[in-house]
Design a protein around this ligand. Structure first.
Ligand SMILES: Cc1ncc(C[n+]2csc(CCOP(=O)(O)OP(=O)(O)O)c2C)c(N)n1
Ligand SMILES: [Mg+2]
Length: 292
């Protein structure tokens, strides 16, 4: 792999993390003294993608703005990696009239015709529109592809399976991405999903399924590249699951009492790990508990 490609990955991931750290700061800034989710300049829920940057950077490196991306309620890493205008995106998150959706959608509903990007607060909602877009791309005789993203929790939704079936049947140019961050809100993967790898589900629809076990941008880039090349060449869809890491809470304000893996240093290494307010609060609580 070329050094410039690696540098591009790094720049994208650092941009995403820096952006989300700024959102994190602004989101909490006016919700004090007691966390009030409805208060401040960004009222409502906030789902940040910290830890999952390698998935977006590795996939979107193969795309142009002509390719479609449909993302989830945790959309910032994909929006930024796909080249969304940061001013318009930020204005939307702050509910401003100069935002992508005139400020009516907020952070879970970023619709951007310039980069063919959309996302939704309804889980697995990105899958069917990706199939529709891929059908349009094919009918127009282009080699454009659609990338649909969802979480491992949403992979149990009906829309996920219906989309795989139709895209497989019609050999549509779609890359279905599952971000397995081990959690659907507070529900561990093992309590929601009957098999350890969603990649196995691809076989049920007769399409290739790949699971990337490492949260590695290079591994994601390699697997996504193969799938996207195949889709552009008329070879049909692929299901790609990446075992990634949800570094922060499900949403901001989530105390994560259900996550034993955060008690110590964490079970999986994260080179970008920094102090998170929720984590620091939790540590202080524990200290008080141990040293009254
Ligand atoms: C159809 C639907 N059902 C339930 C919810 C509530 N909900 C929001 S996020 C979420 C869990 C999503 O987990 P996962 O797909 O693993 O994504 P992650 O949050 O881990 O990125 C649920 C159940 C919803 N938004 N839409
Ligand atoms: Mg999840």
């Amino acid at each position: 792999m070329q050094a410039t490609t690696r540098l591009d990955f790094f720049s994208t991931m650092v941009l995403v993390r820096t952006y989300e750290e700024a959102i994190l700061r602004e989101y909490h800034a006016d919700k004090k003294p007691v966390f009030d989710i409805g208060a401040g300049l960004i009222p409502g829920e906030m789902h940040l993608s910290a830890g999952q940057e390698p998935v977006a950077a590795g996939v979107c490196a193969h795309l142009t703005a002509d390719d479609a991306v449909t993302a989830t309620h945790r959309p910032h890493h994909f929006a930024i990696a796909h080249g969304m205008d940061l001013q318009a995106m930020t204005a939307e998150i702050f509910g401003r009239v100069d935002g992508l959706g005139r400020g009516r959608g907020g952070h879970m509903h970023l619709f951007d015709p310039a980069t063919h990007f959309s996302c939704s607060g309804i889980i697995a909602e990105g899958y069917p529109p990706a199939v529709g877009q891929a059908l349009a791309f094919r009918k127009r005789g282009t080699d454009r592809v659609a990338v649909a993203v969802t979480g491992e929790g949403a992979a149990n939704q009906g829309a996920f399976h219906e989309s795989l079936n139709l895209a497989a049947l019609w050999k549509l140019p779609v890359l279905f991405v599952v971000e397995d961050n081990d959690w659907g809100i507070s529900v561990p993967r093992s309590a929601s999903t009957s098999i350890p790898s969603n990649a196995e589900r691809a076989r049920g629809y007769g399409i290739p399924g790949v699971r990337v076990e490492e949260n590695s941008v290079e591994a994601v880039y390699a697997a996504a590249g193969e799938a996207i090349d195949r889709a552009r060449a008329g070879g049909g869809p692929t299901l790609l699951e990446v075992h990634t890491l949800r570094l922060w809470g499900h949403f901001e304000g989530d105390a994560q009492g259900y996550r034993p893996d955060l008690e110590g240093a964490g079970t999986r290494p994260d080179p970008h790990l920094r102090g998170h307010p929720a984590r620091r609060r939790r540590a202080r609580r524990q200290q008080r508990h141990h040293h009254p």
